[in-house]
Design a protein around this ligand. Structure first.
Ligand code: TXA
Ligand code: MG
Length: 329
C-alpha cells in the first residue's frame, strides 16, 4: 500500500538515512502515525518501528523482515505509566521497571484488558512484551508518535541485529520510510527479556541487565530458556491456537464448520466465512489472521477449514502459523 507521507522518502536507500534532529524526529513520529515504518536507534540495537495499534503497519514489519513465522514483537513506550495502559504490572514488575527503565530490559506481562495493541504484534498471545528504551532519540520518537511502537531489531530475518544506521540501510532500505541516524548503539546487544506473566520469573533472553541483578531484586529466576541461550525467533512454545480444530483445506464442509477464506473465489456450504483478503493481498491477510481466528472461535464454529495461501513472502509466516494450529488439534 502506498502512503503519501512515506513516498517523500522513497528514493535511493541512502536518502532514507536522516540525522536524528528534533525536526526529523517529529517527522518520523508523523510517519508512524500515518502507518509508515521508521528505523530508529535504541541503546541496544536499531529497531524497525511501526504503530503497534495498526494491524497493517505490524504486518508490514513482518513483511520487511521477511520472517518465515510470526514471532511476537516488543512494544516500546515512553514511560512506565504508558506501559501500564497496555500491560498488567504486579509488584515484581513495578520493582524491576522502576530500577531498570528507561533501559535495556523487556518485560513479558499479561495484556491489559483494554489493550489497543494489534493481536498480530503479540502473535495472538495473551501476553505482551513491553520496554521503555533509554536512548534519547528513541524516547523523543515515542513521545512524537504518541502511541505504542512495535519494533523488532531492524535486520532481515536470520541476520545479526544492526547497531548502526548504515547496517539498516543496507538490509531494509527500501522497506522503511525513514532511518533515523543516532550514531552507534551503546549497548550493542538486544535487551534482556524477563517473563513475569505467570508463576516464577523466567529469563527468556539474556542481555545487559544480568540475571544476577534481577535475582537480587525479585528472587530466583526459573532457569528456563535463559540458561540455554537466546530463544530462537519463532520457536516459542506458547502460541495462540483457536479452540476449534483447524483443518488445512476446504473441500467438503463439515457440519458447523467455518471457513477462513483467501482470495476472490470462495467455496459455499460453510457455517460462517471470514476472508483474510478478498483481493489476495498477503499484508492484509497477515493483518487480519489472528483477529479472524478469534472471531470464528467466538462465533462457535465446530471447526475451521482454511483455504490455501501462497507460500511466499508473508504467506510463509501465515502458513507456518496455520500448520502449527492444525497440528495441535
Ligand atoms: O533490544 C531489543 O529488545 C530490540 C530493540 C529494538 O528494542 N528489539 C528486539 O526485538 O530485539 P526482537 O523482535 O528482535 O526480539 C523480541 C524478543 C523475541 O525473542 C521474542 O520471542 C520475545 O522478545 N517476545 C516478544 N513478545 C513476547 C511474548 N509475549 N512472550 C514471550 N516472548 C516474547
Ligand atoms: Mg531480533
Amino acid at each position: 500500500m502506498s502512503r503519501p507521507a512515506a513516498k517523500k522518502h522513497a528514493g535511493a536507500a541512502a536518502a532514507h538515512v536522516v540525522p536524528a534532529t528534533a525536526e526529523a524526529i517529529l517527522e518520523a513520529g508523523a510517519l508512524l502515525r500515518a502507518g509508515g515504518l521508521v528505523a530508529f536507534p535504541t541503546e541496544t540495537v536499531y529497531g524497525l518501528g511501526g504503530d503497534a495499534t495498526d494491524d497493517t503497519a505490524v504486518a508490514a514489519i513482518f513483511a520487511a523482515k521477511d520472517r518465515p513465522s510470526f514471532n511476537p514483537l516488543i512494544v516500546h513506550l515512553p514511560s512506565l505509566a504508558a506501559a501500564e495502559t497496555v500491560a498488567m504490572f504486579d509488584a515484581r514488575a513495578r520493582r524491576v521497571a522502576a530500577r531498570h527503565w528507561p533501559g535495556p530490559l523487556t518485560l513479558v506481562l499479561p495484556r491489559a484488558a483494554d489493550c489497543e495493541v494489534s493481536l498480530l504484534a503479540g502473535a495472538g498471545l495473551d501476553t505482551i512484551a513491553v520496554r521503555v528504551p533509554g536512548h534519547p532519540v528513541a524516547h523523543a520518537l515515542l513521545n512524537a508518535a504518541g502511541r505504542p511502537v512495535a519494533a523488532p531489531s531492524a535486520n532481515r530475518s536470520g541476520r545479526v541485529s544492526p547497531t548502526r544506521a548504515e547496517h539498516v540501510a543496507g538490509e531494509l532500505g527500501d522497506a522503511v520510510a525513514m532511518i533515523l541516524d543516532g550514531g552507534p548503539c551503546p549497548v550493542g546487544i538486544e535487551s534482556t527479556v524477563l517473563d513475569l506473566s505467570e508463576g516464577a520469573p523466567r529469563l527468556l533472553r539474556p542481555g545487559a541487565v544480568t540475571a544476577e541483578a534481577l535475582e537480587a531484586e525479585i528472587g530466583p529466576l526459573d532457569a528456563g530458556d535463559g540458561s540455554a541461550g537466546v530463544t530462537a525467533p519463532g520457536q516459542l512454545e506458547r502460541h495462540y491456537a483457536p479452540q476449534a480444530p483447524l483443518r488445512l483445506g476446504c473441500a467438503e464442509p463439515q457440519p458447523g464448520e467455518a471457513l477462513l477464506a483467501f482470495g476472490g473465489v470462495v467455496p459455499r456450504g460453510f457455517a460462517a466465512v471470514l476472508n483474510l483478503s478478498a483481493t489476495g493481498d498477503l499484508v492484509e491477510a497477515a493483518a487480519s489472521l489472528f483477529a479472524h481466528l478469534r472471531a470464528l472461535d467466538a462465533a462457535g464454529a465446530t471447526g475451521i477449514a482454511t483455504m490455501p495461501v501462497p507460500d511466499d513472502g508473508l504467506g510463509r509466516a501465515i502458513n507456518d502459523r496455520l500448520r502449527r494450529a492444525a497440528a495441535r488439534g
